[in-house]
Structures are given as structure tokens and as C-alpha cells.
Design a binder for this molecule. Structure first.
Ligand SMILES: N[C@](CCCC[B-](O)(O)O)(CCN1CCC(O)CC1)C(=O)O
Ligand SMILES: [Mn+2]
Ligand SMILES: [Mn+2]
Length: 306
């Protein structure tokens, strides 16, 4: 299985510092070597360079619009190039505003892709519904065709073409959804397995139900956007937006091993925010890196049965 790895050291979708360290931490933890151990032919595309955009004034309450728009455009082009080489594209973040780039770039090559979004949050605020203007809480609103009419022309995002329909995405792990987002989820009829549904279902049934919904009738490329805060803070403490009551390590492993088994995994975002801004200890960071590494490797053949 061939994999193109792109480092996206980007954090301007949210206010905390230290998030751009993601690619460095996962590389230092041996991500590339371990991916090869599981038989993957890995091409490390290195870390992208994201330019600072001068006087990037807020657009209404949206912060760093041109910087985030430019970074996601650069990332989209990089993802498209990897997908043309017909590799699974593994992007390492960085905050979740990056998903505008990874999904748009992936859809440019595979317009029929579907998305599995593992996250405590829905990340589907529009610039108008966002409670704080941080773009890491808004990526999906730029990508949903059904929201196009609701979207203002945010400077920097002129390049984005909405590429997803509400039936093309399933959320797993939601447990902190803003009112504006809940309204959008209900209105668009987007399928989600929040922690309520997850509690009723047996572990392996969560991904089974997700896959039946997305690829049961006909197979198509899967894009996994995995936010480490979808897991419980006990195993991923170093993140900017922790939310209690998340998925356990075992549940996380099952999800990713089942996705790997489909053979349809075509794009993976590993999104996490090593933030030392909440007084995380070195130990917290180590635990979070190890979890992010294990979950990512599980997408590419790391399995507990060996
Ligand atoms: N929905 C939030 C969080 C986004 C998290 C982005 B991530 O990539 O980590 O999934 C706001 C959440 N909430 C708003 C009300 C406050 O009291 C608590 C935070 C937002 O800022 O839009
Ligand atoms: Mn997220
Ligand atoms: Mn989140």
C-alpha cells in the first residue's frame, strides 16, 4: 500500500500556540519508519511552508481568514498531487481548519469521496454561527454544497469549491455541538453517531453502521478526518479543546483497524493540538503523541492481532 505523508504545521485556525509542532512530534515518534514496518511504501513529502499573510484583519469575527485560506489552498494542491500519484494521502496537523484543504484537494481527484469525521465537535459552524470566529470550528461549512448560499465571501477562501453533500459524511464521537451547528446537522439531515448512539452500540457496530451508510451500496474512496479530541482526554490530554466522555483507546483502535480493512481509505487527516497553553505536562504530551501515533498507524495496517 503506498502512502504520501504531508506535514501541515499550522495553527492559525485557533488561538493556542504549540499546535504547529504536530508533524515534528509524530515524526520524532517514528511515524515514517513504523508505516514502512507495516509494509507501506511511504513517500514523505516533508512539511509544508505556510506564509504569513500581512495585515490579515478579521472578517467580521473570523480570525486570520487570509492566512488560513492561503494555507489550506497550499495544502489542497499538495494533497491533489499525492492523490494523482495514487497514494493514500496522510496529512498531519495542525488544527482542524486544515480539513478545508485536505478534503478539497482530495475531492479534486476523487469527487465521489465520502468523509468519516471523528471528533467531539461538529466543526460545521458558518462564519456567521461561529461563537468565537476560530476557523478550526468551521471547516465543513466551506465544503458543504448545501451551505453555499449561507456562506459569506471570506477573504482567502475564494479558491474553495464546495465538494460534499450531507449524505457523504458521517460523524463519530460528537459531544460538544454548538446550537448553530445542531441546527445545521438537523436541517441537512447529516448522519452522526454521537456519544449517545455510541453508548448504545457495541464498539464494532459504530464503524459497521458508518460503513454500511457510506459505502454499503457502492464502494468509494473514504476520507478520514480524525481529531484527537474525539478520544477521551485521559488518553489525549494535550489538546486545545478537551471534552470529557470521549472514546476509549480500544474504541479508537477498532475504528481505525476496521477502516483499514475496507481497503478504501484514501485520505487521512491526523488533527491534534499539542497545546501547552493549558499547563499540560511533558507526560501529557507524550501520552497524546503515542495515542495519535497508534491511531494513525492503525489506519495503515497496525493491528492488535499482529
Ligand atoms: N465549536 C467550537 C469548538 C471548535 C473545536 C474545533 B476542533 O477542531 O477541535 O474540533 C466552540 C465550542 N464551544 C463554544 C462555547 C464555549 O462555552 C465552549 C466551546 C468553535 O469554536 O466553533
Ligand atoms: Mn475538529
Ligand atoms: Mn474537536
Amino acid at each position: 500500500h503506498s502512502v504520501g505523508v504531508i506535514g501541515a504545521p499550522f495553527s492559525k485556525g485557533q488561538p493556542r500556540r504549540g499546535v504547529e509542532e504536530g508533524p515534528k512530534y509524530l515524526r520524532e515518534a517514528g511515524l515514517i519508519e513504523k508505516l514502512r514496518e507495516f509494509g507501506n511504501d511511504v513517500r514523505d513529502c516533508g512539511d509544508l511552508d505556510f506564509p504569513d499573510v500581512p495585515n490579515d484583519t478579521p472578517f467580521n469575527n473570523v480570525k486570520n481568514p487570509r492566512t488560513v485560506g492561503k494555507a489550506t489552498e497550499i495544502l489542497a494542491n499538495a494533497v491533489t498531487a499525492v492523490k494523482k500519484a495514487d497514494k493514500t494521502c496522510q496529512s498531519i496537523g495542525g488544527d482542524h481548519s486544515l480539513a478545508v484543504g485536505t478534503i478539497a484537494g482530495h475531492a479534486a481527484v476523487h469527487p465521489n469521496l465520502c468523509v468519516v469525521w471523528v471528533d467531539a465537535h461538529a466543526d460545521i459552524n458558518t462564519p456567521s454561527t461561529s461563537p468565537c470566529g476560530n476557523l478550526h470550528g468551521q471547516p465543513l461549512s466551506f465544503l458543504m454544497k448545501e451551505l453555499k448560499a449561507k456562506m459569506p465571501a471570506v477573504p482567502g477562501f475564494e479558491w474553495v469549491k464546495p465538494c460534499l453533500r450531507s449524505k457523504d459524511i458521517v460523524y463519530i464521537g460528537l459531544r460538544d455541538v454548538d446550537p448553530g451547528e445542531h441546527y445545521i446537522l438537523k436541517t441537512l439531515g447529516i448522519k452522526y453517531l454521537s456519544m449517545i448512539e455510541v453508548d448504545y452500540l457495541k464498539d464494532d457496530k459504530v464503524m459497521e453502521e458508518t460503513l454500511e451508510y457510506l459505502v454499503g451500496k457502492h464502494k468509494r474512496p473514504i476520507h478520514l478526518s480524525f481529531d484527537i479530541d474525539g478520544l477521551d482526554p485521559s488518553i489525549a490530554p494535550a489538546t486545545g479543546t478537551p471534552c470529557p466522555g470521549g472514546r476509549t483507546y480500544r474504541e479508537g483502535r477498532i475504528l481505525h483497524e476496521q477502516l483499514h480493512k475496507t481497503g478504501l481509505l484514501s485520505g487521512v487527516d491526523t488533527i491534534w493540538m499539542e497545546s501547552t497553553s493549558r499547563g499540560e505536562t511533558k507526560r501529557d504530551v507524550e501520552v497524546t503523541v503515542k495515542t495519535a501515533l497508534d491511531m494513525t498507524l492503525s489506519c495503515f495496517g497496525k493491528a492488535r492481532e499482529g
